[in-house]
Design a protein around this ligand. Sequence first.
Ligand SMILES: [Ca+2]
Length: 296
Amino acid sequence: MDAINAFNCTCVQGFTGLTCADDVDECIMGNPCKGNRACVNLRGGYKCECKEGFIGDGCMTPIELCDGTPCINGACVNKDDTVRCGCYDNYFGESCQYELPYYGYSVMLIGDVTDVDGFENDMGITLITALQADEDDVVVTVMEDVRYIADETRTELTKLTFIVLYDDGYISAAKISELLSTFPQDTMEHRIGYKLYEGEAEPVTDPVNEDDDDRGQLSANWYIILIVIIILICIIIVIVAAVLVYRRKRVCKKQIIENDYVDMDPMQVAFENKVYSDLTSSENVTQTSTSKENEC
Ligand SMILES: [Ca+2]
């Protein structure tokens, strides 16, 4: 609009300023993009784009993050916007591309192996030596930890299957076997801290119940310990009570004798002194004392 020595501009939507040359930032003025949409400012306007992870009209449709993630031998798992491959049995790796029977080397050890981290560490040191590798180049990971029972001796056994990452690639079980065979058996057993078992064994098919049995045995042991403690406490109480009664009787007896002295005249005291040593065996005094002891 023209005016005297001045002008006013009426801006079209999206522009502002004296000459309407300035863009309005709609994303700051009041975000017009709601829901899963993100605002993008443009000169003279704006646009709404779907936020990452959403597509479709209104950006209401979540993108399946597993799309494009190859899980060769597994299923893609999309949880909390984190994608990973859940491998089928006997496969491992980022895309489940490795076959465990080919890469996994198993050892059967005698006893309940609870220090798996220690085993991995010790086996790593062994293989670093065998490969003449740098310390950081070898990583041992236990993939399976299965309990067995020795057929004949019924000894508890632990079968650990592990893989070895060396120089950014996994080495085969055959190669691991070859490397370990370069060590004398006793040397390796010493290094990994457990005795290897060679013989027939059967897997423990229901380890949960096995654990329950252990817990049941543990509870039974605690009951026995508790009963023994209670019996000991009872014995101590009886002994303490007996000692207290005995001491009480001695004090009473002493008081009775002292009172008898106070009641006597000097001649009697002299006489009684004579027989004092026999006092406890004196029938009369004993009878008198007994009657007074009862008062105690
Ligand atoms: Ca704008």
